[in-house]
Design a protein around this ligand. Structure first.
Ligand code: ADP
Length: 256
């Protein structure tokens, strides 16, 4: 019989984690995981101890971004809990739902209750030791997983990732309202794939139309943390599991 993980167990696990930030989005494919990874790299470069908890049950992609997909075998399970794997360059501690799957290609078919239970048992079993920052990559939308994280983890707040599209912004508004209801702060919005800059002439092309993030930030009185362009180099490094080599820091003016 598996032991039920309580809020107290989770709080105990988070005891030595100073800051906890969840990165989320209205819908999939907007670059949420990429932003979570870049935020982790930002802190790690400053010398902080950083961890990423990849709780995106629908499409766990953190291991791929850091090139640690095959490290699941190295997961060490001790009496004291599950030890995360380390990223190669900055030693970011990574734990992903993907490590629990039999193969990279396994689909994750989870229903609400199963997500909730699995997530709780994860949250209650990872031994992060000491961390300055723990970044949660949560599934898009307002589903069970993000609610569970907000319920059980004392978050500093959420970062919402969006792209400049009417529909995406609308879903983000829903998520902002959800956070309010759950008494969770929204630390800011990151607009991804805002524009594409021509490397020859420097002209900016607004692929998805003009940004709505400024409007959204103003409406809800939250910060617009960054506008990230569509960047082929970022895409290339992400594909090759070398996200730690991407040099641009979009979080220069983000202070948490
Ligand atoms: P999500 O987590 O929202 O589903 P991902 O972070 O997995 O989205 O990104 C979706 C795809 O878009 C990935 O292939 C990723 O490498 C690419 N991508 C994300 N942000 C950018 C960007 N700013 N420029 C270029 N490609 C990007």
């Amino acid at each position: 019989q598996e032991k039920i993980v309580t809020g107290k167990d989770i709080a105990e696990r988070m005891k030595n984690v100073k800051h906890k930030i969840a990165v989320t989005s209205g819908k999939g494919g907007v670059g949420k995981s990429t932003v979570a990874a870049l935020l982790a790299v930002h802190y790690a470069r400053k010398g902080y101890k950083v961890g990423i908890f990849d709780a995106d049950f629908l499409g766990p992609s953190i291991p791929k971004l850091f090139g640690v997909e095959d490290k699941a075998k190295e997961l060490i399970i001790r009496e004291s809990g599950v030890s995360p794997v380390y990223s190669e360059k900055y030693g970011i501690k990574i734990l992903s739902i993907q490590f629990m799957l039999p193969s990279k290609e396994s689909p994750v078919i989870w229903r609400g209750l199963a997500i909730n239970t699995a997530l709780r048992s994860f949250l209650g079993s990872v031994d992060w030791e000491e961390l300055d920052y723990l970044i949660f990559d949560t599934p898009p939308g307002t589903g069970d997983a993000i609610l569970t994280v907000m319920d059980f983890v004392d978050l500093d707040g959420l970062i919402m990732v969006t792209i400049p599209q009417e529909l995406s912004a609308q879903i983000v508004e829903k998520a902002i309202n959800m956070a309010k209801k759950m008494d969770t702060d929204v630390l800011g919005i990151v607009e991804n794939m805002s524009y594409f800059e021509c490397t020859k002439c420097g002209e900016r092309y607004y692929l998805f139309g003009k940004s709505r993030a400024v409007e959204l930030a103003r409406k809800y009185d939250i910060d617009l943390i960054a506008e990230i362009p569509y960047d082929m180099e970022l895409l290339d490094l992400a594909e090759r599991g070398r996200i730690e080599d991407y040099e641009v820091d979009y979080f220069e003016y983000f202070y948490i």
